[in-house]
Design a protein around this ligand. Structure first.
Ligand code: ATP
Length: 134
């Protein structure tokens, strides 16, 4: 069994009084999820999340580590994957999708995110985050 670990965040902004979160569509598999990526070298979880969000979306964030939730799944046969998600406040809101990995990005009102996300384990994280996002 191989083990993989990625880190990312539910990136939020306020827009006309609503909370919106940033969702991304992967080019290869076509699923909608949150920005994240693999831990490199001796990075901390927060460093990975900040770097990957910037690479995938062009957005700089402030991470809130008081929210830390884990999603697990099997991306391939014989592989166990753990993804650590924080919440993060966007410092800028204009995104630039990473051309070779991201098919689409959008800001979605948090109450509608469940209807866009592809996987139930990601939908549960949004429900938990609703109580944390200020
Ligand atoms: P990373 O963004 O961490 O570098 P990746 O782009 O290599 O990851 P994943 O997003 O983990 O890949 O997707 C790999 C496979 O796992 C795809 O087939 C995808 O549909 C599936 N997958 C992604 N997220 C989930 C999930 N939350 N639950 C179940 N399966 C998932």
């Amino acid at each position: 069994m191989l083990n993989e670990k990625s880190c990312g965040a539910l990136v939020y902004r306020k827009y006309h009084g609503n909370t919106e979160i940033l969702l991304i569509k992967h080019i290869n598999s076509g699923h909608w999820s949150f920005p994240k990526g693999h831990v490199e070298n001796d990075e901390t979880e927060v460093e990975t999340a900040v770097r990957e969000i910037k690479e995938e979306t062009g957005i700089d964030v402030i991470i809130d580590q008081s929210f830390r939730e884990i999603v697990t799944y099997s991306p391939r046969r014989d592989t166990h994957k753990e993804v650590v998600y924080f919440i993060a406040k966007a410092k800028n809101t204009d995104f630039t999708p990473q051309a070779d990995e991201i098919a689409d990005i959008k800001w979605v009102e948090i109450g509608r995110a469940g209807s866009v996300l592809s996987y139930d384990n990601d939908k549960s994280i949004v429900n938990k985050a609703k109580n944390f996002i200020p």
